[in-house]
Design a protein around this ligand. Sequence first.
Ligand code: F6R
Length: 256
Amino acid sequence: MLVEIFSDYEALSDRAYEIVATLIRRKPNCVLGFATGSTPLGLYQRLVEGYRRGELDFSKVITFNLDEYVGLPPGHPQSYHQFMWEHLFQHVNINPSNVHIPNGMADDIEAHCAWYEAQIQRVGGIDLQILGIGPNGHLAFNEPGSSLGSRTRIKTLSRATRRANARFFGSEEAVPRHAITMGIGTIMEARRLLLLASGRAKARAVRAMLEGPISAMVPATIVQLHRYAHVLLDKEAASELEYNHHDGISEPFDIH
Ligand code: F6R
């Protein structure tokens, strides 16, 4: 793992931008895996700015999002479709037919999940998967107890996740009970992982992810098994780590 710790969220987002922008410039038809939530917002804002400055061309970029709530139509203000268009896609020259986000309204969810996996295969797999981490250690919506070999499927959201996401819906009750999520096995097939974590509320989960034993009860611990897992933390998210990158936990690799 390559772990980098930054003074604050802005510096972390600058670094995330540098990594993603470098990939887009070097491989204009790259396949990017996107996450939603608060953490990647700084990165998405920078991608929009990079596009406006003429540094980035998204016309050939292909994207796959990690997850979507079941029962929310794409236009719902809290759907992840809406999130991605609002914060990134509508501001850049992405080809809408290159955008893939699970359909939370699919009639046959199982068939839709199989189709989603097949689309990832069809384009040759994901080059770089952006990830956040839940305070309970979830990865995408793979909640504690998820099979570490899982594929894209429907998952029941944990109480902790519905509580954490209540801030977007006004109340915990309003948060959908299910989501479609890429599986842990799906995520692990991405050629590179870029996991971002910011803030004190993530510190325990980050410590478990990087220093704890690999366990289905903390799905994010699986990144320890990935060859190219790159983790960007701010100081607060790193505050419970026993070792930091100066102490040898980090294994630099050629990220470009
Ligand atoms: C979102 C996702 C989630 C989030 C996680 C952290 O697509 O897959 O796993 O990455 O819940 O969310 P934030 O960034 O809002 O703290």
